[in-house]
Structures are given as structure tokens and as C-alpha cells.
Design a protein around this ligand. Structure first.
Ligand code: ZN
Length: 488
């Protein structure tokens, strides 16, 4: 069977285990993080509500209705510098996060998202700042008012044993997950806060510098490229990585452990970094070769590869799933087949370069990545996308027909409908507008919203504009109705 199904089924199965096996989590999204005693006048704005002009308190959430406390209001982060050391033996993560941001309102106070850890010091513009912890909000009081449009720098010094999110919903365990020899970091949708203080929502993308120190013999792998060779002294090695293209916080990683590494350049000229845990050493060359080949192929279908390198990591943490970490998808505890590699690499265009503005539009990531698996199957002489469409459509009793992928429930975001019915929606669109308009649209989509964020409404508008057809009813039937669409 195709990779997507295996991938999502595995994910759903894990999720089910986590539902049964875990105590309900801390109620997630009900209470606002702030009480009424806001400085600067006025209580914290409710998430999503426009701030009063006089309000100088950054909202505790960035305004995603599905995840009211994810991200924060009042500022936009441009760059993170994470200087972290990790000791696999004690599981202690310690160091600093320097955050360069711009105020989008006057700010006397603002939040960062951070789960767990002991925070020892926070500075704003080099001056010591007062801070408080309220749930997963790190509330920082500015030493002096930060005026609207001003750039400012926050540095947070912190340490502790990371506590990944064990969600009571089908999201499973995610975030910074300690492993026997290091760490497995997969943060979708909001697990970045389990390892660094952040504006943890994909609508605030930023560039990243990583300086990661681990015991000698351990490899630290992050996004982007290494800007200097690793340096060892006193039994510790420091790896420096830089992701110079904007990245959503959930795609940031610092995978550490024992790894065999192969680097080089794809036939199409893209630098490749592949790494495998010793247990998967036999898979390293195939991972390297297929990653290079598929990245090159997608560049001909989706438009130029958006980042400065491609890659992949196979770790021995038995997750059973993969995540599209920017420039370096990670595969947890299995040797990926080319279908899954094709899926995760398609995400580099759909999800990583063009990111969702709100989680409700996740089908823009997963529908495209699943459809990419069908395109890959067709390209390599397997079932065609049309056959995949027909097979899935013929399954009349599939649960996806009652689950509209364009409005997934927040606690069931990664439902199979978002993947499979999302892919079906794209194929139905292709049937309606024809191959020329469809593939023109895809390239226009990745070019127009490159490194940014986009919404379903923007996709529909571009599809209508590119094809010259009215497509509202088609998208409504495939994305928003709890019924199996009729074929046009
Ligand atoms: Zn995916």
C-alpha cells in the first residue's frame, strides 16, 4: 500500500495509544493566561481580538482560533540565536535563546511560549527584565516601554530536563524527546516551546542560528547548513548551524546522538546532508541517493527548491512517523520508503516554504504532501494519480467523507481526511481545470508565497484566477462538507 496510509495509520495508532495511556492533559485551551492586573492599563486582550490602541500588553496568543494560546501578540520575531548544550546522560538542556523581534504595538509587557525549565535570567535590550511563569507563557515585563515598530532583543537563560507534550488528543507525544543517545525533536504543531522560548506559531517565521554543544562523539544536527566545522575541547563538541531562510518554529530541530553522516551535492546541484543512527547504517546510502533524486525531481514539478540544502535523518527513536523539519526531514525508528521520502520532501515546498497562517488550513500541507506521493508513484511507474483518486473515491464508507478536511477539529488536526481527502481535493481540482492550469497554479503558488504564509482562501483565489473558472462549489464540496462529493 501507499506510504501516506501507512504513515498516517501509524500516527493515528500511536495517537490512540496515547489517548488510552495518558491522563488528560492540563485542559489546554480554556483559561486566558493573564489575570486582570496588567500594567499599562487594561487586561490582556482575548486571543484574536484586536488590541485597544492604549493597550500595551502583548496578547498571550497570536490569534489562531484553534489554538488560542499558541504564539503571542504584540511583536514579530525575525531571528533566533539558540546557544544550547545537551547532555544525553542527565537529559539536561541548558543555555540561552536570543530573540530579535520588532514590536507591532507599544509594549510594556509581552509573552514568549515556554514549557517547563527553570529560567534564570531574562534581559531586554541588555537590561535585566522581570518575568513570571503562567502555564506555558513566559511573561516578560519590559524594563522600559518598547515603542511600536522598534526592534528589540530579548535573551532568556534557562535550563532543565525537557518535558515533551503528551497530548490527550491524537497529536501523540511531540516536542523535544530525550533518547538514550541524544534527542529526537519533532515539534508540530506547537512543541517548539518544549525546548526554546519562542513565538510558537507558524504565522511568525524567523531565521535561526544554532550553537549546540554535546559530549564528544555525539553529533548535533539542526536545520540549514553548518557554518563552521565542529569544535571540540574539554570532552565537548560544539556544532554551529544556520537556517538563513524563514522557518516556522515547529520545523526547528536539534537532533542529537550517534550518527553516520554522508554529505554531497545532488545531480541538480543541491547540497545534501543525510544521517543515520548506527542501527540504520545500511540505509544511509539509499537515504542520501533518494533524497537527492526526489528533491531534484520535485524542483521540476513544484518550482525551484526553496532552501540552501536538502537532507534527511533516520533516528532510532521508535516514533513510527516522520516530520518535515526544514531542510532535514526526520524518520523515527524505521527505514523510509521512497513514498514517505517524497512526502516529507514535498513538504519543503508545501508547509515549510509556504506555511499555514492558521492550523485550520493544514490540508494545504498534508493534502499536497499526500498528493505528491501519488505523483511520485506515477512518476516511478506505479499506480497513477488518477488510479489513486479512483481507488480512494470508490471507498464509500471511509470515515474521511464525514470529516471535512478544511475545518479539522483542533484536537484531531491530523485526521486522515486532512491527508487523503485533501489530496483528493487537489486531484478533483486538476480534473476540473486541466493539467496545464493545475501545474501552472502549483508553481505560481510556491513562487508567490515562498518563505511566507498563506490561507485556503488565497489558494482558491489563485486557482480561479489561473484557470479562469469559478471554483467555489468544488472547494466547498471537497473541503467543507461532511459528505462524499459527487463527481462533476
Ligand atoms: Zn505530512
Amino acid at each position: 500500500m501507499m506510504a501516506a496510509r501507512r504513515l498516517t495509520t501509524t500516527f493515528a495508532t500511536l495517537a490512540l495509544i496515547s489517548v488510552i495511556g495518558c491522563a488528560p492533559s492540563e485542559g489546554a485551551v480554556t483559561a486566558p493566561a493573564h489575570g486582570g492586573s496588567a500594567s499599562g492599563g487594561g487586561a490582556a486582550a482575548s486571543p484574536g481580538a484586536p488590541l485597544e490602541r492604549s493597550d500595551t500588553v502583548g496578547a498571550p496568543g497570536i490569534g489562531d482560533p484553534a489554538f488560542p494560546l499558541d504564539g503571542n501578540g504584540g511583536y514579530d520575531v525575525g531571528h533566533y540565536t539558540l546557544k544550547l548544550s545537551y547532555d544525553p546522560a542527565s537529559k539536561l538542556l541548558a543555555g540561552s535563546a536570543q530573540i530579535q523581534a520588532t514590536a507591532v504595538q507599544n509594549l510594556s509587557r509581552f509573552d514568549l511560549d515556554l514549557h517547563g525549565f527553570t529560567v534564570s535570567q531574562v534581559t531586554v535590550g541588555g537590561s535585566e527584565a522581570r518575568f513570571a511563569r503562567e502555564g506555558d507563557e513566559l511573561v516578560v515585563t519590559a524594563p522600559k516601554m518598547i515603542v511600536k515598530n522598534a526592534p528589540f532583543t530579548v535573551t532568556v537563560h534557562y535550563s532543565g530536563v525537557p518535558d515533551p507534550v503528551r497530548n490527550s488528543s491524537n497529536l501523540g507525544t511531540y516536542g523535544f524527546i530525550p533518547t538514550p543517545d541524544g534527542s529526537f525533536v519533532t515539534s508540530e504543531p506547537d512543541g517548539a516551546k518544549t525546548w526554546f522560548p519562542s513565538n510558537d506559531h507558524p504565522s511568525n517565521k524567523a531565521t535561526y542560528d544554532f550553537e549546540i554543544t554535546v559530549p564528544q562523539g555525539v553529533t548535533a544536527i539542526a536545520n540549514g547548513e553548518q557554518t563552521a566545522p565542529p569544535k571540540t575541547s574539554g570532552g565537548k563538541t560544539t556544532f554551529v548551524w544556520r537556517e538563513k531562510h524563514p522557518m516556522a518554529s515547529y520545523l526547528a530541530t536539534m537532533t542529537t546522538g550517534k550518527f553516520d553522516v554522508r554529505t554531497g551535492t545532488s545531480p541538480g546541484g543541491i547540497p545534501v546532508y543525510a544521517a543515520t543512527d548506527p542501527k540504520y547504517r545500511d540505509a544511509l546510502d539509499t537515504l542520501y541517493t533518494k533524497t537527492a533524486e526526489i528533491t531534484d525531481y520535485w524542483a521540476t514539478v513544484f518550482g525551484p527548491y526553496p532552501f540552501s540544502s536538502t537532507g534527511g535523518v533516520i533516528d532510532d527513536f521508535n516514533a513510527g512517523y516522520a516530520l518535515e523539519n526544514q531542510t532535514k526531514p526526520i524518520y523515527g525508528g524505521f527505514t523510509p520508503d521512497t513514498g514517505i521520502i517524497a512526502h516529507e520532501l514535498a513538504h519543503q515546498w508545501f508547509g515549510d516554504s509556504v506555511s499555514v497562517k492558521r492550523w485550520q488550513d493544514l490540508w494545504l500541507n498534508e493534502g499536497f504532501a499526500t498528493y505528491a506521493e501519488w505523483l511520485w508513484s506515477e512518476h516511478t511507474g506505479g499506480a497513477t494519480a488518477e488510479q489513486m483518486f479512483r481507488n480512494a473515491y470508490a471507498d464509500k464508507t471511509n470515515a474521511m467523507w464525514t470529516y471535512p478536511p478544511g475545518k479539522p477539529r483542533p484536537e484531531d488536526l491530523f485526521n486522515d481526511a486532512v491527508y487523503t481527502r485533501g489530496a483528493l481535493a487537489l486531484h478533483a481540482l486538476r480534473q476540473k481545470i486541466g493539467d496545464t492550469a493545475f501545474f501552472t497554479l502549483i508553481k505560481k503558488w510556491t513562487a508567490t508565497y515562498k518563505y511566507g504564509n498563506a490561507t485556503t482562501a488565497q489558494f482558491i483565489a489563485m486557482a480561479e484566477q489561473t484557470s479562469g473558472k469559478k471554483l467555489g462549489p468544488l472547494f466547498d464540496a471537497w473541503l467543507y462538507q461532511p459528505t462524499r462529493p459527487t463527481l462533476g
